[in-house]
Design a binder for this molecule. Structure first.
Ligand SMILES: Nc1ncnc2c1ncn2[C@@H]1O[C@H](COP(=O)(O)OP(=O)(O)OP(=O)(O)O)[C@@H](O)[C@H]1O
Length: 590
């Protein structure tokens, strides 16, 4: 019995909640002209499809509310304090605190079970004629929700139903049927049931309509945060200063000209800048203008960066270096901004040297590749560089050096006098140059006692024709590594020879086992080269033949010592070709 009462109370509560929900729904979705602040039933009255004058409607409204109040009073007399308590509990805060979670659960998951579909005839007989209806809500022009008055609620509670509804074919027919039914029931026009038209948007549909926007906003926030984490950038639309400042700054450069060997002519050219930076007054007094900058070009590893750094070290000025490729970012304007920032810093710390490595990354001739996706951002960066170089006078005491392997592709605007007016070419070192470079790098290596430095550097220089300064530095380092691998106390000539082989031909492939037959073929092949080299008068002297596989694909190799010459006679070229084609296998197998 007690359970039954509880159940009823719960259901009544639900009715109240349902009423609040429905009234909220009406206020937001009804296609009528209701005033949102008016009580629900009086709002509804203004939407009856019976045609009344506005004055009479107002009267009817007050009449209805009055009768409703009376009804309320009667009902409250019947049910007493229970009903009053229920009304008090419907205050929003109380509602949220006490019924929030169960209500949400109940409303979303259990509502369906408490709905009851009836026919129009049922509605007419059980609700309309018994005067249980307070209003009718036509939802999406397809179904009609029955709004119950207090008596109706009691009826529904007894039936354990939260909502009654019936479906309709068309609104027009429904209206006609309702009108007829009300006439038959003898309901006076003034008391006819108000009809509200509602087109609620399902929660999920609303959510889905906002989903793309929410995803986009989420993505922007996420990418902003992750870029911030990745270092320096202030997000997708907010590149911050940190990222622009991406250049190396060395205030106290330790490298000087003694560390750069084998490029005396280049050093001489650059020396002028050093003298200017050390004593600018001497030049300015005579009205001389010192060149703004120099392009250092040449094959990779010939010491261009080293020379630029040594210039700063020699002059005792700060050195700001950046790679051309670092200017180019996916964001428009970042490159130009970095150039501005770089030059601003250099000017603030003048006298100073700015070095742009791989300047061809931004300094390529403009206009090429237009229409095929030419890189405007690169051009913007280059333009900014040109502007900056024009913008400072020699009195700024900033020298700009740039390194490139491709001076031939540079924009002519860069090379005109007043910008990079000096062009310094640094080639691979020749025998004497290699000796000097070996001397620089051998200084740092612990040599065996029986190694004479003069003799060693001569030998090594002879063994390394065509090598760049970087190759030579690599050979010295490899030799030290090999000696360490063999637990030697010092580095010997043998270690250097192994290092040179490794740098020239690649790593020895110990696992690549050749069959005796294969070894024989490789041996004949290499012997062919060797014998040609040995007997031909103008061929390069042969140094070594090996059938130990090395590197990616070589099964053996023959090493020669070509002299540092620039002109080849016909005889020399013929002998070279004979030696290259001197594959003895041909004679053996044919
Ligand atoms: N002339 C040289 N004297 C002494 N060391 C050298 C010389 N040239 C190159 N090296 C060695 O090679 C290393 C690499 O040289 P560097 O970076 O200056 O070459 P680069 O010409 O700028 O190369 P890239 O064109 O690839 O930028 C140097 O750190 C140095 O150890």
């Amino acid at each position: 019995m007690k359970d039954n009462v509880d159940e009823k109370q719960k259901l009544e509560t639900l009715f109240r909640l349902n009423k609040v929900m429905v009234s909220g729904m009406n206020q937001s979705h009804s296609n009528t002209n209701q005033q949102p602040k008016e009580p629900l039933h009086s709002q509804a009255k203004s939407n009856t499809f019976t045609s009344n004058t506005s004055q009479s409607t107002g009267n009817k409204n007050s009449h209805n509310s009055q009768s409703r109040n009376e009804g309320n009073k009667k009902n409250s007399n019947k049910k007493g304090p229970v009903k009053k308590e229920l009304i008090i509990e419907l205050r929003p805060i109380t509602l949220l605190a006490i019924f929030g979670v169960p209500f949400v659960f109940f409303f979303f998951f259990n509502r369906e079970g408490l709905k009851k579909e009836i026919t129009f005839q049922d509605f007419e007989r059980d609700f309309l004629k018994r005067n249980l209806v307070s209003k009718l809500i036509v939802v999406n022009d397809s179904s009609v929700l029955i709004g119950l008055n207090e008596a109706g609620v009691s009826h529904a509670v007894q039936e354990h139903v939260l909502e009654y509804f019936f479906t309709i074919g068309s609104v027009k027919k429904f209206e006609e049927k309702l009108k007829k039914a009300q006439e038959e029931a003898g309901i006076p026009e003034a008391n006819r049931v108000p009809v509200i038209y509602s087109h609620p948007t399902p929660v999920m549909r609303t959510l889905f309509s906002y989903l793309p926007t929410l995803l986009l906003v989420g993505f922007i926030i996420w990418s902003s945060k992750s870029m911030l984490k990745m270092g320096g950038s202030g997000g997708l639309f907010g590149q911050n200063k940190k990222k622009f400042k991406k250049f190396n700054a060395e205030k106290n450069v330790k490298v000087n000209f003694a560390d750069v060997a084998g490029c005396d002519e280049a050093k001489e050219e650059i020396m002028e800048f050093v003298k200017f930076l050390k004593n600018p007054a001497k030049y300015e007094r005579l009205g001389a203008k010192i060149p703004r900058g120099a392009i250092l070009s040449g094959p990779p590893g010939t010491g261009k960066t080293l020379l630029a750094k040594a210039t700063a070290g020699e002059a005792g000025v700060p050195f700001y270096s950046v790679s051309g490729s670092e200017f180019v970012e996916m964001f428009v304007g970042v490159g130009a901004s970095r150039v501005r920032d770089l030059f601003k810093t250099a000017r603030e710390n003048a006298p100073s040297i700015v070095f742009v490595d791989e300047i061809d990354a931004i300094g390529k001739s403009r206009g090429k590749g237009k229409g095929m996706g030419g890189n405007d951002e690169r051009e913007n960066t280059l333009n900014q560089l040109l502007v900056e170089m024009d913008g400072f006078s020699t009195s700024d005491h900033v020298v700009v050096l740039a390194g490139t392997n491709r001076a031939d592709v540079l924009d002519s605007a860069l090379l005109r006098p007043g910008r990079f007016d000096r062009k310094v070419y640094i080639s691979n070192p020749e025998l004497e140059g290699r000796k000097d470079i070996f001397a620089v790098h051998l200084k740092k290596i612990k040599l065996a006692d029986n190694c004479d430095l003069e003799d060693l550097k001569g030998r090594l220089a002879a063994l390394t024709p065509g090598m760049s300064g970087a190759d030579i530095a690599n050979v010295c380092n490899e030799a030290a590594l090999i000696a360490a691998r063999h637990n030697e106390e010092s580095v010997k000539l043998h270690d250097f020879e192994q290092a040179i082989e490794r740098v020239i031909a690649g790593l020895e492939k110990k696992n690549k086992l050749l069959s005796p037959e294969e070894k024989k073929v490789v041996a004949y092949h290499e012997a062919g080269h060797a014998i040609c080299g040995w007997y031909l008068e103008h061929a390069d002297p042969l140094l070594k033949v090996s059938i130990v596989p090395r590197g990616q694909g070589a099964l053996g190799y023959a090493q020669y010592l070509p002299p540092d010459i620039f002109l080849y006679t016909t005889k020399k070229l013929m002998d070279r070709m004979t030696m290259a084609l001197g594959d003895w296998n041909y004679f053996i197998y044919n």
